[in-house]
Design a protein around this ligand. Structure first.
Ligand code: PLP
Length: 370
């Protein structure tokens, strides 16, 4: 008897549904027969890529017949200098998503326990499931990681604790002192993945010294990305910081040319684009203040975000509102599950995008069917 294809696949694929990313603008316009849609669904930088990165990219295109530098020498040198680390503390990834995958493949075995906040970035749970791990979910407290409860959830079987800081989809962050206390309470052989994809948007008092744990040699992987504030999501480049002995293990499961040449050269240029960074931060802060005020006027609440997106409690089913917004040409992210059924996540855009979202939301909420 021939086996079914599903029987040939890893048993851990059962019960796993694919990650559904925010819809691309072109797809929405094609499907709905509309033009001029805006996307506020994937927490991209609404100002676009750094102009310095664009200039560097143009110069690099003619080198496209060459494989990239598999070791990412120049980008690692620049990052090491910037972060007061050595290149040996760094690993580059095809987005920090790939680094999450490498960490899972490198360290997680069937039966291991993984501690994750609920809700958190869905990829953490998917990767743990794929490795056959037991996922221990710890509810947020006041929309923020409850690190005390997460430390208590750790058992001798715990291999990795994932902390999204700021957290996606809430935009909230833990206080630096809470993270220090958590690390103090944690057994030294539990790996902590601190996902700082949005950290550049956070005010300085909310930025923990997570690299301090890396320098101390704790089994910590800190992840950052060029997809968010640096505006290079389409190129796919992120970086991880960990003790060199850990980087050496992660490197064993990394594909040889995982970060393409254009991504490396654009990231290197973007790193030095102070004006683009400052503009992006200022646009985000202004946009956040505007959106919070407008949402408040509509009687809608959001947890306190230190990132470039807001989690909006619509007090009615989020998916229906998101679908209606889509028909208005505004793409936002519906969430789901028991806790977030009434929520959408909206990326903070440019001033015209934010105004368009608010106008569309008002129109949708006024319709009795929304
Ligand atoms: C919390 C968090 N971590 C990681 C990622 C992945 O980012 P990248 O584009 O670097 O793969 C995202 C992307 O949305 C995210 O929200």
């Amino acid at each position: 008897m021939t086996r079914l294809l599903a029987d040939l696949a890893s048993p851990y694929l059962q019960g796993l549904t694919p990650y559904i990313p925010g819809k691309p603008i072109g797809e929405v316009e094609r499907e709905l027969g509309i033009a001029g849609a805006i996307k506020l669904a994937s927490n991209e930088n609404p100002l676009g890529p750094s102009p310095l990165a664009l200039r560097a990219l143009r110069g690099m295109l003619s080198e496209s017949h060459r494989y990239p530098d598999g070791g990412g020498y120049y980008l690692k040198q620049a990052l090491a200098k910037r972060l007061d680390l050595t290149p040996g503390h760094l690993i580059l990834g095809n987005g920090c998503n790939e680094l999450l995958e490498l960490a899972a493949r490198c360290f997680l075995l069937p039966g291991d326990e993984v501690v994750i906040a609920e809700p958190a970035f869905v990829i953490y749970g998917m990767l743990a499931h794929l490795q056959g791990c037991v996922t221990v979910r710890v509810p947020l407290d006041a929309w923020t990681h409850d690190l005390e409860a997460m430390a208590k959830a750790v058992t001798p079987k715990t291999k990795i604790v994932f902390i999204g800081n700021p957290n996606n989809p809430t935009g909230t962050a833990v206080r630096p002192a809470e993270l220090s206390a958590f690390m103090h309470a944690l057994p030294e052989d539990v790996i902590v993945v601190i996902d700082e994809a949005y950290i550049e948007y956070s005010p300085p008092e909310m930025v923990p010294d997570s690299l301090g744990f890396v320098r101390q040699g704790r089994p910590v992987i800190v992840l950052r990305t060029f997809s968010k504030i640096y505006g290079l999501a389409g190129l796919r480049v992120g970086y991880g910081m960990a003790p060199p002995s850990m980087v050496e293990l992660l490197d064993r499961v990394r594909a040889p040319f995982n970060v393409n040449a254009l991504a490396q050269c654009a990231a290197l240029a973007a790193l030095d684009d102070k004006a683009h960074l400052a503009d992006s931060r200022a646009t985000n802060e202004r946009g956040k203040a505007y959106l919070l005020e407008q949402l408040h006027r509509l009687g809608l609440d959001c947890p306190p975000s230190v990132a470039n997106f807001l989690l909006v409690d619509l007090k009615q089913e989020g998916r229906a509102v998101a679908d209606a917004l889509l028909r208005e040409g505004v793409i936002v992210r519906p969430l789901g599950g028991a806790t977030l059924k009434n929520h959408i996540r909206v990326t903070i855009g440019t001033p015209p995008e934010n105004e368009r979202f608010i106008e569309a939301l008002k129109a949708v909420l006024e319709k009795p069917s929304a």
